[in-house]
Design a protein. Structure first.
Length: 381
């Protein structure tokens, strides 16, 4: 009798909230054939719950790893960010040769750590570079060429840059569109108005304040024009903080749906709550999105939903401009006050033609799904 060969061991590394959801969706496809573990470098890694075990140290940064705000790196370092690096390096050294495949989902930080600790042969999904603005630096090209066996980029020009330094790189599509999370939540049954809006106030420290401004914008609209409102709650954001910031009260009437979190209401405004892992359910039935998020903004635009974004003096201007080059008119940037959001929202509500035009721009700019098949084929080969 011939013994079955042991299953190969895979490690999936992600370094951000949106990246966790993308990586966990890939991991879910691998667990039936391989022994899969996940290392979410930042935060709790809730996206992997029920999919695979979590390993490794997890850093917690005030910014959540986002670099959209001015001085975020400086504040992270001032509040102990440097102390998160030695545990990560020690862990990466300890797992050399432990896994048959390592998949990295995120920016170039993990390949840099891999280069320092002697890892080679990574499979790397670059979620950060879009190809619409800043391209790979000399250091990034060097690190990626030394550490990565295969790279999946978001744009052909990025892949070509890496191919020129000997990396097997392709741009098979936008993996973000393959990994939109869907869960146990019936959004359509909660619809009562002609239009609906999804609120995505983000997953970091500014989330309660952003949500409060989004709710205030809804309050400023005539009741007869006010759309149904849904809030996809990011994993680590307490609903109590959202309620306190917005002046809404939480209802305790929950359905049997696993991702239903009830609602927030003051008798005039009602916002239906759901777990972020069911975000796709509400995007599917919504017409417009108010978003301060990162990955989720890209996914909403790719689904053809116009996005209204509140700017802030805290925004890192270079990052904002890079994003706008990619998103174009599909993401409407307005000053970070409720009145400006309300005016932009009412304009879209009153113009189905404009919603359709911006939706088409978003779909074209972001690209469609299909990348995950190439990633899975490469990992399984």
């Amino acid at each position: 009798m011939v013994e079955a060969a042991p299953r190969q061991r895979f490690l999936v590394i992600s370094n951000g909230h949106g990246e966790d959801w993308i990586a966990s969706a890939i991991a879910k496809h691998l667990t039936d054939r391989f022994l899969v573990e996940a290392w979410p470098v930042l935060g709790s890694g809730n996206a992997y719950a029920g999919i695979c075990p979590i390993v490794g140290p997890r850093a917690r940064l005030e910014s959540g790893g986002a670099r959209t705000a001015k001085g975020s790196l400086r504040r992270d370092l001032a509040k102990g960010g440097l102390a998160t690096i030695p545990p990560a390096l020690r862990y990466m050294r300890s797992i050399r040769n432990r896994y048959d495949r390592i998949l990295v989902v995120g920016d170039a930080i993990v390949p840099l750590l891999a280069w320092i600790t002697g890892h080679r042969g990574l499979y790397y999904v670059d979620c950060y570079k879009t190809g619409a603005a800043r391209l790979y630096s000399g250091l990034e090209r060097h690190v990626i060429s030394r550490t990565c066996r295969r790279v999946f980029c978001r744009a052909d020009n990025l892949a070509e840059i890496l191919r020129q330094v000997g990396v097997e790189a392709t741009a098979p599509g936008n993996l973000m569109m393959d990994t939109i999370p869907y869960g146990d939540y019936d959004a359509q049954s909660r619809r009562s108005q002609p239009l609906a809006v999804t609120l995505l106030p983000g997953s970091r420290g500014e989330t309660p304040a952003s949500f409060a401004r989004q709710v205030d914008a809804l309050r400023r609209m005539p009741a007869e024009h006010r759309p149904d409102a849904f809030l996809a709650v990011a994993g680590e954001i307490p609903v109590s903080d959202l309620a306190e910031a917005s002046g809404l009260q939480r209802t305790n009437l929950l359905s049997a749906e696993g991702d239903d979190l009830g609602s927030l209401s003051d008798g005039d405004i009602t916002v239906h709550l759901l777990r972020g892992r069911a975000m796709g359910n509400v995007l599917a039935v919504s017409d417009i999105v108010l978003s301060q998020a990162g990955t989720a903004t890209t996914q909403a635009l790719g689904l053809g939903k116009p996005v209204i974004y509140m700017t802030s003096p805290k925004d890192r201007q270079s990052r904002f401009e890079d994003e706008q080059r990619l998103y174009g008119e599909a993401r409407i940037a307005v000053p970070g006050d409720a009145e400006a959001v309300a005016k932009a929202l009412e304009r879209l509500i009153n113009s189905p033609e404009e919603r359709a035009r911006l939706g088409a721009i978003g779909r074209d700019r972001i690209g469609g799904p299909g990348a995950i098949d190439e990633v899975l084929a490469a990992l399984g080969s």
